[in-house]
Ligand binder design. Structure first.
Ligand code: HEM
Length: 405
C-alpha cells in the first residue's frame, strides 16, 4: 500500500484533535498534488494569492470532476456576476448600507441568551461546554436572525449532523461505515431544504420576523432572489451561521484553559477579548479547509501547475499556522500584532456573517471567563466530531467551582 501523504494523514479521524504536525509537513510543498487529483494549498501566501485569482472558480458546475455539494446554488458556490447580485440581495437584510444597525441591535438579545445559559449552570460542578453553552447560544441567535422557529432546532440539528458526518475527503471515505454515513446525506439535505422551503412559503403568505421573511417579500433594486436561490442560501446561512460559531466558542475556551497565562491576562484585561477572538480563530480555525474551488485554466503557482479543471482545496487551518507569516504560530498570543488570518477567508467570498460571529463570540467567551469559577478541562483532548471542514469537539467536559453573578 502506498504511503499516505501528509494531507491524507491530516484528514484521518484519529488526527482530528491535532492535525497541525501533518500541516507542518504539508507546507513543505505549498501546492501539493494528491493521488485523487486534488491540489492542496497549505501556505498563507499561496492561499491568499488564489483567493484573489480570477482564474479560480468557486462554481462546481465549471470544474472537471463532478462534486456533489450541499451548498450548490448559493453565494458560496457561484462566481460574479451571479454571486455579487445575490450577495447584495442578501446583505440588504443583514448589514450596511440598508441595515446598518441590524447586528448591533441584536447585542442585548445575545447577552441575554448567553447570560441565561450561564445562569442555568449554577449549582453544577461538571458541565459539557458544547451541549450546555457553545451550541445552544449560536443556534438560538441564528434562528432569531433568520426567523426560524426555535422548536425546529432538534430536527434541523439532526439533519445537519447527518450531512456533516457523511462528508469525508480523506482515506477513510471508502470504509463501509463511512459509506453508510454518506448514504444518509441526500435525505437529510432534502429534509432541510423541504423544511426551509415550506417556512419561506408561509412567510410569503404571512410576513413575519427575521431575514427570511424580509428576503421572501423584498423586491429591491435588483429584484428578488428566486425561490430556489432563497432556499439554498437560507440553508447555507442556517448551517454556516451556527456550526462555525459553536466550534469557535468551544475552541476559544479550550485554548484558554490550555494556556492559563493567557486566561489570566484576559481576566485582568477583559478588553483583550476583541483582538483575542481573532487569535482564537487563527489558532483553531472553525473552517479548516474549503473544498469548492477549481482552476478555470492552468494556474502556475509556487513551482506547481494546477491543471485546468482540477479541484483546489484551500487549507485555512494550515495557512493560519504558517511560520512564514506568523511568528511562533503554535503559540496563543491574545496580543499578536498584525493578525491578518484567513479564518474568514478573503476576497469576494469573505464571510458574510463575520460581524455577527465576532459579536457572539466576544460576548460568549468574555462572559464565560468573567463568570465561571476555576474552570478545568476534564479530558484533553476531548472527543472530536468527524467532519474535516467544520472541525470541532463533540463534547468538552469542564469541572467548575461555581457561577458568579
Ligand atoms: C466563527 C464563525 C464563522 C467562521 C469561521 C466563518 C467562516 C467562513 C469562511 C471561511 C467563508 C468563506 C468560504 C470560502 O472560502 O469560500 C465563509 C463564507 C460565508 N459565511 Fe461564514 N463563518 C462564520 C460565521 C458565519 C455566520 C454567523 C454566518 C451567517 C450569518 C455566515 C455566513 C456565511 C455566508 C453566507 C458565506 C458565503 C459568502 C460568499 O460566498 O459570498 N458565516 N464563512
Amino acid at each position: 500500500m502506498a504511503e499516505e501523504t501528509p494531507w491524507q494523514q491530516a484528514l484521518r479521524y484519529a488526527n482530528r484533535a491535532n492535525p497541525y504536525p501533518f500541516y507542518e509537513e504539508l507546507r513543505k510543498t505549498p501546492v501539493a498534488p494528491q493521488p485523487d487529483g486534488n491540489y492542496v494549498v497549505s501556505t498563507y501566501q499561496e492561499v491568499v494569492q488564489l483567493l484573489h485569482d480570477t482564474r479560480v472558480t468557486s462554481d462546481g458546475r465549471k470544474r472537471g470532476v463532478p462534486f456533489s455539494n450541499p451548498f450548490e446554488g448559493t453565494v458560496i458556490t457561484t462566481d460574479p456576476p451571479e454571486h455579487d447580485v445575490d450577495r447584495r440581495r442578501m446583505m440588504r437584510h443583514f448589514g450596511p448600507p440598508e441595515c446598518p444597525h441590524m447586528i448591533a441591535g441584536f447585542e442585548p438579545e445575545i447577552r441575554r441568551i448567553f447570560g441565561e445559559l450561564l445562569d442555568n449552570l449554577t449549582g453544577k460542578t461538571r458541565i459539557d461546554l458544547v451541549d450546555e453553552f457553545a451550541f445552544p447560544g449560536p443556534v438560538t441567535v441564528i434562528c432569531k436572525v433568520l426567523g426560524v422557529p426555535l422548536e425546529a432546532i432538534p430536527s434541523f440539528h439532526g439533519w445537519i449532523e447527518t450531512a456533516l458526518d457523511g462528508l469525508d475527503f480523506g482515506p477513510e471515505a471508502n470504509d463501509p461505515e463511512q459509506q453508510r454515513r454518506a448514504a444518509a446525506v441526500p435525505d437529510a439535505v432534502t429534509a432541510l431544504r423541504q423544511y426551509l422551503g415550506d417556512l419561506i412559503g408561509q412567510y410569503r403568505k404571512q410576513p413575519g420576523p427575521g431575514m427570511l421573511s424580509g428576503m421572501a417579500n423584498d423586491d429591491g433594486p435588483e429584484g428578488p432572489l428566486s425561490q430556489e436561490s432563497l432556499v439554498n442560501n437560507a440553508m447555507l446561512m442556517l448551517f454556516a451561521g451556527h456550526e462555525t460559531t459553536v466550534n469557535l466558542i468551544a475552541h476559544s475556551v479550550m485554548s484558554l484553559l490550555r494556556h492559563p497565562d493567557q486566561l489570566e491576562k484576559l481576566r485582568r484585561r477583559p478588553e483583550l477579548i476583541v483582538p483575542g477572538i481573532e487569535e482564537f480563530l487563527r489558532f483553531e480555525s472553525s473552517v479548516q479547509l474549503w473544498p469548492t474551488r477549481s482552476a478555470l485554466e492552468d494556474v502556475e503557482i509556487a513551482g506547481t501547475t494546477i491543471p485546468k479543471g482540477a479541484p483546489i482545496f484551500l487549507c485555512y487551518g494550515s495557512a493560519n499556522r504558517d511560520s512564514e507569516r506568523f511568528e511562533n504560530p503554535d503559540k496563543l498570543d491574545l496580543e499578536r500584532p498584525d493578525n491578518q488570518h484567513v479564518g474568514y477567508s478573503q476576497g469576494i467570498h469573505y464571510c458574510f456573517g463575520a460581524p455577527l460571529a465576532r459579536l457572539e463570540v466576544q460576548i460568549a467567551v468574555g462572559e464565560f471567563v468573567r463568570r465561571v469559577e476555576n474552570p478545568r478541562l476534564v479530558e484533553d483532548p476531548p472527543p472530536y466530531r468527524r467532519n474535516q471542514i467544520f472541525r470541532g469537539p463533540r463534547h468538552v467536559w469542564v469541572d467548575i467551582d461555581g457561577i458568579r453573578e
